[in-house]
Write a protein that binds this ligand. Sequence first.
Ligand SMILES: Cc1cc2nc3c(=O)[nH]c(=O)nc-3n(C[C@H](O)[C@H](O)[C@H](O)COP(=O)(O)O)c2cc1C
Length: 340
Amino acid sequence: MCPFIIRPLLFSLDPETAHHAVLNSLQAAHALGLTPLFAKRPAGNPRTVMGLTFPNPVGLAAGLDKNGEYIDALAALGFGFIEVGTVTPRPQPGNPKPRLFRLPGANAIINRMGFNNHGVDALVENVKRAQYRGILGINIGKNADTPMERAADDYLTGLRKVYTHASYVAINISSPNTKNLRQLQGGDELDALLAQLKAEQQDLAELHGKYVPLAVKIAPDLDKEQIQQIAALLMRHRIDGVIATNTTLSREGVEHLPQHKEAGGLSGAPVRDKSTAVIRELAAALQNTLPIIGVGGILGGADALEKIQAGAALVQVYSGLIYRGTKLVAECAEAIRQAG
Ligand SMILES: Cc1cc2nc3c(=O)[nH]c(=O)nc-3n(C[C@H](O)[C@H](O)[C@H](O)COP(=O)(O)O)c2cc1C
């Protein structure tokens, strides 16, 4: 991404200001037809996952384009798929700023954005306007002020509204920045939520004559027993995929940095091994019954390949783009392609 060439300048800005500056300049560059100058399109390496054909296995993770405002510009960077959101039924401002922190000493980010977004209706309008015809995941969550006992209603509303606009729908139950959201990963809560989502998916598939897969996004902060319980529920409810993982609450590896005391989810290099361990454990439990999308701490081709070797069918990147720039996409795709 051309703005990434001027990293020292960007890193001197407040991170959230830099985030918008990068995306707006990417959009402007795309409008001028300049994106091919700084993004090498990866060689094709198609694979069919969740019944969808991905041109290459490297995707953009959720949270970079929460409202689906930059889909066409991001698509020009060579991703095999793009996930937008997390979006909630109603618009909400998210947490007070500052809420995004760079930890350059560790190639890491801490965020406590709190699902700042313009609401699902605005996202759907943006998706409708986009020219992109590739694989688009839409990631849905719950509003902060919806009581936990009504959480399923928010996911069902989101699912109904995005259903015909998405290639797949990601169910985010693992953000650490919405109070108690991660409780939904617990046995009884998850069982009930997945039952409702699966029933709704079946109704929607019949209504629209189109089956849209569901992928559940989980946290890295789970022990073996929890991972096995989640895997059993995903299989029992015939969920189509699992995205592992979201950001971590752990501060392992960054305790020496001043920003480590900031509340929120840690991403980038320090979450890499935790995320890979979850993928490995999931893969053993799932036995290829449903595919894993691996995400967390991919900063180079070798990291992407490690996720695939641990059992992921596809990978996604976010923090690595901030530290490595857009060349990361082709680098990861190439490492996976060469490994066959
Ligand atoms: C600033 C920021 C915002 C994020 N927002 C979301 C989000 O809205 N929904 C979501 O599912 N994940 C979100 N994530 C998590 C990423 O999608 C990804 O799972 C996590 O950062 C680990 O990958 P990484 O180490 O490549 O960044 C966010 C991450 C960051 C850094």
